[in-house]
Write a protein that binds this ligand. Structure first.
Ligand SMILES: Cc1ncc(COP(=O)(O)O)c(C=O)c1O
Length: 489
């Protein structure tokens, strides 16, 4: 295979160059039938490949031509047996992974800090989650991945689980011991599904953590659009066949996908794969050196701390991605949210995220020295402005016990509900999610029995000013619970 080729992107251009006369959708027909201002803004080139699955252009639902060739090249680049393109984001790929292995009633082992697409897939499939607590980091108030020891315990207690989902690396770029986790899980024939939303680039440089395919995982949902240079919404699902069949994955992926797949998004995946395969190492080399420099300079600023390798202290944190700058600002006496707003108002800088103590800034191949200089300059100015202010009080991150799951999340989702006062909800089955973000760990999810400890925990967090999110009633006075069957109603 030739990684310099882009069968899909090139095929679309060739089709356009033949000047076909379209009597098919999209009805704008290369932009001629659309709003003029939008047409000139988007440009002729993009509009000319905004096409659909007519015969010469293959079909994502049954790829046999140029889409199949593009996916095969991607599989080679990512070290997978099969790669499937997704235009339903990584959320669609995650749902596909879970629904490919779980039938109604099957167990799936998952960390408690899962993305909402995991919960959605658990509801769709009727699976029963077995939760593992991720490791918490009090220094930064964030959650990391799961330890190999916790995975071993969960597999021993639930050898009948049909899958193990791992988030690797985390949003903050921290990696667990994925290779060891795969080894443990495979001893029980449990396939490992990796949420690799934040790690498309790690496959392409030795200094970065092992990718899911390098660690031997069975499937990975990988956001090419986040850090790999394709357009927003486009992702891939990588598969190592053995415990999971590619036919099953293809049919579930197709069930969850629109029939009107965007060829602009698909072509962007084809081109991003070429860029990563050919230039990935060199791109990441430059990005890493910019990030190293930024980390070093940020750590010279009074009140700012941008951690590096010293953050790694357990099997939940064995490696990290230096291109993610976790910038702790609590010594400035400001929250991460305050700093986010200050940077926007004063320097037009937009960060990736902010939380109580930190901002997160991503350094990618799209950055240059100029952006690093600006970020450092802005934080130097903020630090000077703050002078010797008092450090923000450290509120240790605690998580409550995981409540008993009384109904599967799917049963809870489809049950009749009623609203009760939160104070009076002890013993009732929650129909809603309640979580504290950060660190983004649910206090309870639909189907779990509410305990006094949960309610107390919510009250404590609200009092401490931490953002408790989830229920329809954002004052948290009431909560939706499953309606109880009464003899006479
Ligand atoms: C950990 C994690 N998993 C999955 C996703 C879903 O990715 P996408 O937005 O491509 O659907 C995200 C999105 O931010 C995420 O942070």
């Amino acid at each position: 295979m030739n990684q310099h080729e882009t069968p899909l992107f090139t095929g679309l251009q060739k089709h356009r160059d033949q000047n076909p006369v379209p009597f098919h959708i999209p009805g704008h027909k290369s932009g001629k039938g659309m709003d003029e201002e939008f047409r000139s803004f988007i440009g002729e080139n993009a509009l000319s490949i905004d096409l659909i699955n007519i015969e010469p252009l293959d079909d994502l639902h049954h790829p046999q031509g140029m889409i199949k060739q593009a996916q095969d090249l991607a599989a080679e680049a990512f070290g997978a047996d099969y790669t499937f393109f997704s235009v339903q984001g990584t959320s669609g790929a995650i749902m596909t992974m879970i629904m490919s292995v779980c039938h109604p009633g099957d167990k799936i082992i998952v960390p408690r800090n899962i993305h909402k697409s995991v919960t959605t897939a658990i509801i769709f499939s009727g699976a029963k989650p077995v939760f593992i607590h991720p490791e918490l980091d009090d220094r930064f108030g964030i959650s990391h991945g799961i330890t190999s020891e916790a995975v071993k315990k969960a597999c021993e207690a639930h050898p009948d689980a049909k899958g193990l989902l791992v988030i690797n690396p985390t949003y903050f770029g921290i990696s667990c011991d994925l290779k060891e986790i795969v080894r443990i899980s495979h001893r029980f024939d449990i396939p490992v599904l990796v949420d690799e939303a934040h790690g498309v680039h790690i496959h392409f440089h030795k200094r970065l953590p092992l990718s899911a395919m390098q660690a031997g995982a069975d499937m990975a949902a990988t956001s090419v659009h986040k850090l790999g240079g394709s357009l927003t919404q486009s992702s891939v699902l990588n598969l190592r066949e053995g415990l999971v069949s590619h036919e099953r994955v293809q049919s579930i992926l197709s069930m969850l996908h629109t029939t009107s797949t965007s060829y602009i998004l698909l072509a962007s995946l084809d081109a991003a794969r070429r860029h990563l395969a050919i230039h990935g190492r060199e791109l990441m080399e430059n990005t890493l050196s910019l990030a190293d420099e930024a980390r070093h300079r940020l750590n010279q600023i009074s009140g700012i701390y941008c951690p590096g390798i010293e953050m790694l202290t357990s099997t939940a944190t064995i490696d990290f991605d230096p291109t993610k700058l976790i910038i702790s600002v609590k010594k400035l006496g400001l929250s991460g949210y305050d700093v986010e707003v200050w940077l926007r108002d004063n320097y037009k800088i937009e960060v990736e995220l902010s939380d109580l103590y930190n901002i997160l800034c991503l350094i990618t191949p799209g950055d240059s020295q100029e952006q690093i200089d600006l970020l450092v300059k802005a934080l130097e100015e903020l630090s000077e402005e703050r002078g010797d202010t008092e450090e923000l009080e450290n509120i240790p991150v605690k998580v409550p016990e995981i409540p008993v799951l009384s109904l599967s999340p799917r049963e809870a989702f489809y049950s009749t509900t009623e609203t009760v006062f939160l104070k009076e909800a002890v013993g009732r089955i929650s129909a809603e999610f309640v979580m504290v973000y950060p660190p983004g760990i649910p206090i309870f999810i639909p189907g779990e029995i509410i305990t006094q400890e949960n309610i107390h925990y919510i009250e404590e967090n609200v009092e401490a000013g931490l953002p408790v999110q989830g229920p329809e009633d954002d004052t948290l006075e009431t909560i939706q619970v499953i309606r109880e069957q009464r003899a006479f109603q």
